[in-house]
Design a protein around this ligand. Structure first.
Ligand code: URA
Length: 185
């Protein structure tokens, strides 16, 4: 990993004013974790707690993600966690396509520099952006696809599990599959 380029990218991202979200954010949420990670998680966009702290997945969704990681023996500090969108959309509205387009180059560059073996999309929005535009999370979560140099899958967004606890078991199966793949790759 060219550390300098990663730090440079982070600096550029933290001062980004490319879209209107830059005017309402408290902090840019660049992402965090091991820049040499084999496993990368990509969510949708920061929520309130993430905006306040500048860190990804630290609110209720993040705490649930942490529990799943712990359960399958993956240390949060060993992975890299990022989002499609780096700044919180006001009142957590859906990101606009124009905002996604302006922000995606940051994620693409993160992926290029980190070069993870496995990319896991957290939720439908990330899966539609990174795997396939018509990705159906309910039918396809947990399935593996190879895309270029990466092995990819998507799991339910932790917020979706908080809304519908019946998804817990499915999430657990998917997370077990991810930790197995990580040891195989
Ligand atoms: N939801 C996301 O998609 N990303 C975060 O960082 C937090 C909540």
């Amino acid at each position: 990993m060219p550390e300098e380029r990663f730090e440079e990218l982070k600096k550029t991202c933290l001062s980004c004013t490319a879209c209107p979200l830059s005017q309402t954010r408290t902090n840019v949420v660049f992402g965090e974790g091991n820049p040499d990670a084999d496993l990368m998680f990509v969510g949708e966009a920061p929520g309130e707690q993430e905006d306040l702290s500048g860190k990804p997945f630290v609110g209720r969704s993040g705490q649930l993600l942490d529990r799943y990681l712990e359960y399958v023996g993956i240390r949060r500090e060993d992975v890299f966690i990022a989002n499609i969108i780096k700044c919180r959309p006001p009142a957590n509205r859906d990101p606009k396509p124009s905002e996604e387009e302006l922000c995606m180059p940051y994620l693409r560059e993160q992926v290029r520099l980190i070069r993870p073996k496995i990319i896991v999309c957290l939720g439908r929005i990330a899966a539609m952006k990174l795997i396939r535009e018509d990705y159906r999370i309910t039918e396809e979560h947990g399935q593996w696809v190879r895309k270029g140099n990466f092995l990819m899958t998507a799991v339910f967004h932790p917020a979706a599990i908080l809304r519908d606890p019946r998804k817990k078991e499915l999430m657990l199966d998917d997370m077990i599959s991810i930790s197995k793949k990580l040891t195989e790759e």
